[in-house]
Design a protein around this ligand. Sequence first.
Ligand SMILES: Cc1ncc(C[n+]2csc(CCOP(=O)(O)OP(=O)(O)O)c2C)c(N)n1
Ligand SMILES: [Mg+2]
Length: 795
Amino acid sequence: MDTPVTTLAPIAPADTRHVQILKQLERKLLWLSAWMIHNANHIRPNRDGLKVGGHQASCASVISVMAALYFEIARPQDRIAVKPHAGPVFHAMNYLFGRQTVEKMTGLRALGGVQPYPSRVKDGAEVDFSTGSVGLGVAMTTFSALMADYVRLHGLGRTDLPPGRHIAIAGDAELDEGNIYEALLEGWKHDVRNLWWIVDYNRQSLDSVVPDRLFGRIEGLFRDMGWNCVTIKYGRKLEAAFARDGGEALRRWIDDCPNSLYSALTFQGGAAWRQAVLADLGRSAGVRGIIDPLSDDELGALMTNLGGHDIETVIETLRAAEADGDQPTCFIAYTIKGMGLPFAGHKDNHAGLMTREQMTLFQRQMGIRPGHEWDRFEGLDVPEAELQAFLDACPFAEKLTPQGRALSAPVVAVPAALPLPRLAGRKTSTQAGFGEILAEIGRGQGELKDLAAHIMTTSPDVTVSTNLGPWVNRRGIFDRHTRNDVFRDAKLASAQRWGMSPKGQHIELGIAEQNLFLLLGAAGLAPGMTGARVLPLGTVYDPFVNRGLDALIYACYQDARFILVSTPSGLTLAPEGGQHQSVNTPLIGMAADRLASFEPSHVDELAVLLRHAFDFMQRPDGSSVWLRLSTRGLDQPERTLDGAAVIAGAHWVVPPAAGARIALAYQGPVAPEAVAAFEELATEEKGAGLLAITSPDRLHAGWLAALRARRAGDRAALSHVERILAPLARGAALVTVLDGHPATHAWLGAVRGQRAVPLGPDHFGQSGDIPDLYREYGIDTDAILDACAQALLAG
Ligand SMILES: Cc1ncc(C[n+]2csc(CCOP(=O)(O)OP(=O)(O)O)c2C)c(N)n1
Ligand SMILES: [Mg+2]
């Protein structure tokens, strides 16, 4: 094992009865977590022959850490991310607190049962953060800590509740994920407080045992980022042995023992330990004096007495850190994967399951009578009333509010319409329009005051280039500490005023896009976490949504509510070239659940959609909203819009005649090419229609919902897209165009059996100007007309 930099000496808790009970509860967590998984795999009927799976070894290694945390240290206001594979331990803990049902637990990994990995939405209000995508839950706590500060300093949250800590119980392999280091850096910049990461350092991941000395490196990184780093390496039994004659040699031997050998010996047990230690230290009388009197079992127990399995040591270490203040702290708790189970230490144990025979033996050891496997206090040798009283007295058992730990926040009123910039006779882009609308909201005048106060914007180093600048100039940049704008103080001309203060409403991030989505996720959970309604809005370059995609999906999976504005997008940012020209993002917008995606062409549509977004993100049955915008300046039409149709995903610019043979549909900044093509087309095809698509995502979702409803017997169910396309002839042609992958629209032909000819780039872009690129990628006026001809001829 590698050598730790810091080891805190354990301090004995005074109340030994207390510790006895804790140890009984540890046993119970170990039993219930192993049994839940066993039940799912071996007891419950299996209809499809698939391995159900589960991670008994991952649960076992973190039992003492979780018992120490939840039964002793945690308070109900703390927000905790539990490592994915400790889900069953988490549910068992809640079961003991009376916050989880046996039905849910017997249903682990079955429909309606608890999820394999803690899920906010599916497992209920006790889950603070979903986990499952390794690394993200851990990093998320950084941003939830930042949000807690934001909410407090803006006076938005529940001032009657005590502030909580943000805690991640991490698997050690999570620290291999790059997003961890991005978050560490960002957390340092923002001086986050009240953040703990407790690493279950079992030195095993999925495939293998982790390399030695790795944590020496990692510890240094934490310290460089302003964290305190505390290693919980040895338990009290080993510390006592180390204090004896020969103990130092034994300590050195264990310190020097490679992780893989330590794991193998743990699996092999006492006799193997004896042989290995004596081979090296057999000539030391002191070492023999420690080892010889012990039975094999006792020796095995001594050699595996790591700090992370010694609940007293864990508690004392966490207590000491608590007393130390609010500095972010990483605890590296040495543990053994599978501790207490037959495959302890085996490198292949990650997804290993105990056999029926092993379980029978384990059940006997745990003192659980057959038929009493789910009894809360079965097999514990402390009277039930005393156990119950103990649980009731745990700080974590207190009710944060009468409703529990999940808070809520009132809805912020959104005016009937957002201020629309003067558009008549102007050429402008949706991105510029977005900047103007937000800047106007930023004035906070009249009915916009409340809305403005609740918006929090953020951007990963693209604040100015996504047109958030004017808003930021009005609302300021958030920082826990007031910092002046040096350029402004020196009277150097700049359009940007970057003063920072605790009242600022824009959180400027470094360029890491995953951090953007983790922050949007954390801010989007603020109502439930802090009781504050924050309306988070983040901007990013459209192609780099891909860089943060897992964190974006992670945020949506938790039902965090935010607005994402991605701009510029597509080939239309022409000279920037293929690396910056997004092709796939409209399809992501369609496929991402709990994310309503839109791409307006004109600013009047944008104003409708942005207003809708502020409203929709606050509705219980709403979702986050994604607006894909462009920098291409377009002539802005003067018209009266059908707002409901814009929100539903499409509106007729030129309605078709009944029975028309063709319609042309466009989305986003290709509108002028479509309009020009349409004007030509209309000279030949009198009844042709021109459709503006604002959201293929909403159209598609509505269509699927209507199909489902009709299958379920609601024959009147009709979607917006069906209604929109209804005037066209059955076999009509639909020529569609967008600056994005054409599959985005290709399905439209299936709605009413019409023939779609979808246009859009399906290859990487390249540098050029708009006329060249639109021609090259087949989305210019000529290409649209060719497609119309093809469609009509095929008819
Ligand atoms: C992003 C991501 N990649 C891969 C996986 C598959 N996976 C699940 S657990 C795991 C290793 C976990 O090891 P560790 O964090 O050390 O957890 P423990 O040892 O406590 O089980 C991997 C690779 C995942 N869940 N998420
Ligand atoms: Mg591990």
